[in-house]
Write a protein that binds this ligand. Structure first.
Ligand code: CA
Ligand code: CA
Length: 78
């Protein structure tokens, strides 16, 4: 029982840490992908170079998957 409570505490702490690290990007125009303009609101230091690096399929927008990959690769600060 004690082990279970400790594990639960660790999971809760992890969830809180992840929630804090999560920067929310608003899809202002609701087209399902993030433009440079939409990302700059959440990431003021975002450069065109970082945006281009994040847009791996080069369609001119960054989708949620590309954003997650870019954050993981360090192109965009989490
Ligand atoms: Ca959008
Ligand atoms: Ca893209």
């Amino acid at each position: 029982m004690k082990t279970f409570v400790l594990a639960l505490g660790a999971i809760s702490a992890l969830a809180v840490a992840q929630a804090n690290a999560q920067t929310v990007v608003n899809d202002t125009d609701g087209n399902g992908v993030y433009s440079m303009e939409e990302l700059v609101v959440a990431y003021p230091d975002l450069t065109v170079e970082a945006f281009t690096a994040a847009d791996t399929n080069a369609d001119g927008a960054v989708d949620a998957e590309e954003l997650a990959a870019a954050i993981e690769a360090g192109h965009i600060p989490a």
